[in-house]
Design a protein. Structure first.
Length: 211
């Protein structure tokens, strides 16, 4: 919706330059290679192998907290923007969710993964998440609401991003694309997200339980 493209050149390598950010802001590309950083000039460059991979890799710019989720290999990073969240709770929930689903699916399909999360006043609209090939962008009111969305979006790594309706491939950015297969793409994902939470995050009283 922001970056224009030439249809017949979508497969070419693309570079995105971002400049003139406020001095106190940070910037992070979920799945992009950062090739240049001149902090004094507030100039950042990212490169992607194709336009499609650029559009499938959200970029966060602003004042946020960034950390690696512990004990995960391949690595998983969290970028959190907003208030009304507890780092320990978020770290532990993400660790359990990711470890369980990677084990369930017999391996991770990514070299590294990024959760971009907006909490509290930084959340927009009704909340929810959007899956990407190696990342997700989640918007919820508090960290008590995020675990189900995180488990759902992380499972989309396999179901939708690697296994998806033929009618959605290739992506057509100019027109709507319809499919009758959302019962599988979203329904199966929601089912496995529920299994994940029961088996890793929430016990009968809403407390953490063992994997």
């Amino acid at each position: 919706m922001i970056l224009m493209y030439v249809p017949e050149r979508r497969s070419e390598t693309v570079q995105l330059d971002i400049s003139d950010l406020p001095h106190e802001w940070q910037i992070a590309g979920a799945a992009l290679q950062q090739i240049d950083l001149r902090s004094r000039l507030r100039f950042f460059s990212f490169v992607a192998p194709s336009y499609d991979q650029l559009t499938d890799a959200p970029i966060e710019a602003g004042s946020f907290v960034q950390f690696d989720v512990p004990a995960l290999d391949p690595p998983v990073r969290a970028i959190v923007h907003g208030n009304d969240w507890n780092r320990k709770r978020v770290e532990e929930a993400l660790r359990r969710i990711c470890a369980y689903e990677v084990k369930l699916m017999d391996g991770a399909p990514y070299p590294h993964y990024t959760f971009i999360m907006h909490f509290g006043k930084a959340a927009t609209g009704a909340g929810g998440g959007m899956e990407h090939a190696d990342s997700t962008a989640i918007s919820v009111r508090s960290d008590e609401d995020f675990a189900n969305v995180a488990a759902h979006e992380f499972f989309h790594l396999w179901n939708v991003k690697r296994i998806h309706p033929a009618s959605l491939d290739p992506v057509d950015y100019a027109t709507e694309q319809y499919t009758r297969s959302l019962w599988f793409a979203e329904g199966v994902t929601s089912t496995y997200a529920a299994y994940t939470l029961v088996r890793t995050v929430y016990g009968a009283r809403g407390n953490f339980t063992a994997i």
